[in-house]
Design a protein around this ligand. Structure first.
Ligand code: HEM
Length: 415
């Protein structure tokens, strides 16, 4: 582990490897100039570790949608950054296991179910906004952006109220590993969180077997057998929990930061809170919460003008693809009317639908939680514009240390 860290540092600082530099402090603070350096080198850039990286929108989209790439190699070769012994459920599986498990979770994210959760989202926002208004000065992440998705996903799963805090603690610990492990101590903490979550979920499964309720865990417990093996249940629930905790918080956080940094756009949203949905889409494009994913080639193939060999990884740098000038006119500009109804988006000659950002990935692993994330973030931004119009920063922003996940850790604000 430390050997790999040291070589990353060496590659990044001394040899100027862009993938390494992206993963160091420089990339964490602002990856966008590094993405432009990659773009200048062509659609596919080799890494020193023998894989490929790309910020080309067309290539990213093709790789993510291709059936000749997967998330695990044909011989079971896992992702190089995967943690040993952490089962990522269907996020880390190829078909047919991927299809079988995803099908079980998908109904929970249907439009009908989203309709059911809008009430909970609005009630939660109401409570959070009342609390911050009473205080005047608060942390936008801890007091607004983070609690909302946590409350919603624990409720969807059916975690009893008294257990929510403990699930949250272990979920956050597991989520901290999305970027890899940075020390032996961190590895121990993550593995302990995995074990604790499994034990807590086993207790919840037993409860819902005795007393089924109208929630996702009850549905999954009832499906145990042919459709889901008992040992697959806890990893699936942990995946949903962590995905629910660690992503939408950054979408709301990145949107708030972008608005505060672009007063003209903040004015636009305050004047017309109906732009909240378009503002969410532009934030997903301009500063997405997930910056990178990867696929392994099942066979030798030509893509982006190079030959990708069987078992080679291609890292699709979503944050860079979302600023591809061939797809998005004036890509570095944050413009919340870009996705407003009737707005003109960029057109790409190769047949890519105009202005489609890749924040939720593409193909069979396209984010299952996208409707939930969009619904929560849109309602949150509308509420902020309507009820906290005097919102402004009162202290320095601190960022998360992660590279894969991008978002603020603390944003001190006042109303
Ligand atoms: C997959 C992003 C919110 C659950 C993904 C992937 C991305 C992503 C990029 C695909 C990774 C890949 O292709 O390798 C996001 C973003 C979110 C968000 C930016 C918020 C703004 C959520 C929420 C949930 C969720 C709220 C659930 C509660 C999942 C699951 C997968 C996934 C289960 C795996 C899908 C599969 O492998 O078929 N997400 N996500 N996500 N997401 Fe999200």
């Amino acid at each position: 582990l430390y050997g790999e860290r040291a070589s990353t540092w060496w590659d990044g600082r001394v040899r100027g490897d862009l993938r390494a530099r992206l993963r160091l402090g420089e990339g964490r603070a602002d990856p966008y100039p590094l993405y432009e350096q990659l773009r200048a080198r062509g659609p596919m850039v080799a890494t020193r570790q023998g894989s490929w990286q790309t910020v080309d929108h067309h290539v990213c989209r093709e790789v993510l949608r291709s059936r000749t790439f997967g998330v695990v190699g044909v011989e079971g070769t896992p992702h190089p950054d995967d943690l040993p012994d952490v089962d990522l459920s269907f996020l880390g599986k190829n078909p047919p296991d991927h299809t079988r498990l995803r099908r079980l979770a998908a109904p929970a994210f249907s439009p009908r179910m989203m309709g059911r959760y809008t009430g909970l989202v609005d009630r939660t926002l109401d409570r959070l906004v009342e609390n911050v208004c009473a205080r005047g000065t608060f942390d936008l992440v801890d007091d607004l952006a983070a609690p909302l998705p946590i409350i919603v996903i624990t409720e969807m799963l059916g975690v009893p109220l008294e257990d929510q805090r403990t699930f949250q603690q272990h979920g956050v610990a597991l989520g901290s590993a999305l970027d890899g492990l940075h020390s032996l101590r961190h590895a121990r903490e993550v593995m302990a969180a995995v074990a604790m979550l499994e034990t807590m979920f086993e207790g919840l499964f037993a409860l819902r077997e005795r007393e089924p309720a109208d929630d996702l865990v009850s549905t999954l417990v009832a499906a145990r057998g042919d459709r889901i093996r008992p040992e697959e249940l806890a990893p699936l629930c942990s995946l949903l929990l962590v995905a629910g905790f660690e992503t939408t918080v950054n979408l709301i956080g990145n949107a708030a930061l972008a608005l505060l940094a672009h007063p003209d756009q903040w004015d636009l949203l305050r004047a017309d809170p109906d732009l909240a949905g378009a503002c969410v889409e532009e934030t997903l494009r301009w500063d997405p919460p997930v910056h990178e994913t990867g696929r392994i080639a099942f066979q030798d193939q030509q893509i982006g003008g190079v030959t990708v060999r069987k078992d080679q990884w291609v890292f699709t740098l979503i944050g860079g693809a979302n600023r591809d000038p061939d797809v998005f006119p004036d890509p570095a500009r944050y413009d919340i009317t870009r996705y407003a109804e009737g707005a003109q988006s960029g057109v790409r000659s190769a047949g890519t639908p105009a202005g489609e950002h890749l924040a939720f990935s593409g193909g069979i692993h396209y984010c299952i939680g996208a409707p939930l994330a969009r619904m929560e973030a849109t309602r949150a931004l509308r509420t902020i514009a309507e009820r906290l119009p005097t919102l402004h920063r009162v202290g320095p922003v601190t960022r998360r240390r992660s590279v894969t996940i991008r978002g603020p850790r603390h944003v001190p604000v006042a109303v």
